[in-house]
Structure formats: C-alpha cells, structure tokens
Design a protein around this ligand. Structure first.
Ligand code: PEP
Length: 250
C-alpha cells in the first residue's frame, strides 16, 4: 500500500527565522497526523537551519532544485551530494517554474534525476501541461512525453525511489484547482505508463502527487481518488495550520 506523502514547496519564501518557526510548527503538529509522510522543501540556504529545527521529528527535509553536475566551476549551483550532506532526503526536479522561468528541459530534468539517485536522494519529478495544451486536448500526450524524456533510462530499481508529481501549470499558484476527476485521469495515465514500462507491481508502489492550488478545503476529495497518493503544496505550505490541515484531510 502506498503511504500518502504531503510535501511543501516553500519556493523563494521565508527568512531564516520564519523558516525555522514554520519547520518547528510543522514538526509539532506532525504528532496529530496519522498515516501520512510529511516533507518540507525550504530554500536551499535554509536547509541546514530547517533540518536542525526538524531534528527528532518525523518530518523529512527536501530541496527544490539541484545541479546536474557533480562539482566544479558552476558558480551559484548546488550539487546532489551537497544537498545530502546537509540532510536533504528528497529533491523536487522539473518544477514548472524551473521549466518556464529557467528554461529547464526534460533532458536537464533527466540528468538531474540520475544524479539525485546516485547521491541517494529521492527525486520528486514534476510533469504537467499548460492551459493551452489542455484546451487543445493534448494533456495525455504532453504528460507521456515528459514522463518518457524526464525519466529516460531509469531502471526498475531506481524508479522505486522516485515520486512523480502531476502539476497542471494552469493550477499552480492560480487558485484554480484541477477537479478530482481531472487529477485522477492523469494519475491513472501515469500509473498505466509505469505499468507498461516496468511491472504492475512496481507501478502500484510508486507515489503520484497532485500539485496545484491544493488547500485544506479541497484536499479531501483530491486525496480520496485512488491514484492520488499525496500533494505537492506551494502557497498553503507556508502556514503550518494549512499544510497540516491538508495532511489531516486524508
Ligand atoms: C507548486 O508550486 O508546486 C504548487 C503546487 O503551488 P500552489 O500550491 O501554490 O499552487
């Protein structure tokens, strides 16, 4: 059985003090959340401070991005090994903001995914269609192509460490949430793609998160869908009460 994962993407928000306070509030509230894994992904510069604030709690630590390179002359970049070194267990890869604002391609995401796995991090690989792609009836085609290219050459063993997040770009930070039926349709497609490429048993073990304006008020019906195994939360992850409220909605 897949355990629900509720992951918070804090993006480029918080300062050191508010990041630590938020992490402590999530860690304290985690005791009231049953049967759900919790993960927070602060800005890279606060990973260590947040990791210390989470010490002894069941809340995991993750990063929002990483370099596809190991080390060397890559000014401003952070490697997978460095993230692991400061306690990160997960890393979000291919978030739509990375794809649209920073020109990240499926090939970049794929390289990063392989590097993250080699460093012992669990990648959360994001896929999702633009509004115009949905309106043109191309959602399934776009998701399939991102799935294939972002996860190229990932072995049966490697895929079991990966989480896939379906994040329709039109729903991220817009307040427009996908309907539970829209989310389930894409998640079922992803499960089918995993079954075709690996085995049904492996496909059944992979967690598929939904992301896009998920809030305490809409989480229950999304998380009730059979192929929605959790959420990747942006805005609502910045308030412990809302973040924990989503986890409790399961
Ligand atoms: C996200 O950035 O991954 C996200 C889902 O954001 P929001 O919840 O704010 O839509």
């Amino acid at each position: 059985m897949r355990k629900t994962l509720i992951a918070g993407n804090w993006k480029m928000n918080t300062d050191r003090a508010t990041a630590v306070a938020l992490a402590k509030a999530v860690a304290e509230g985690a005791a009231e959340v049953e049967g759900v894994d919790l993960l927070v992904c602060p800005p890279a510069i606060y990973l260590s401070a947040v990791g210390e604030a989470l010490a002894g709690s069941p809340v995991a630590l993750g990063a929002q991005n990483m370099s596809p390179e190991d080390n060397g002359a890559f000014t401003g970049e952070t490697s997978a090994t460095m993230l692991g070194d400061v306690g990160a267990e997960y890393v979000i890869l291919g978030h739509s903001e990375r794809r649209t604002l920073f020109g990240e391609t499926d090939l970049d995401v794929c390289k990063k995914t392989h590097k993250a796995l080699a460093a012992g991090l669990a990648p959360i690989v994001c896929v999702g269609e633009l509004l115009e792609e949905r309106e043109a009836g191309k959602t399934a085609e776009v998701i399939k192509s991102q799935f294939e290219a972002s996860l190229a050459d990932i072995s049966e063993t490697q895929i079991t460490s990966i989480v896939i997040a379906y994040e329709p770009v039109w729903a991220i930070g817009t307040g427009k949430v996908a309907s539970p039926e829209q989310a389930e349709e894409v998640h079922a497609d992803l499960r089918r793609l995993l079954t075709e490429r690996y085995t049904a048993e492996i496909a059944e073990s992979i967690r598929l998160l939904y992301g896009g304006s998920m809030k305490p008020g809409n989480a229950a019906e999304l998380l009730a869908k059979p192929n929605v195994d959790g959420g990747l939360i942006g805005g609502a992850a910045l308030k412990a009460e809302d973040f924990l409220g989503i986890a409790k909605a399961k």
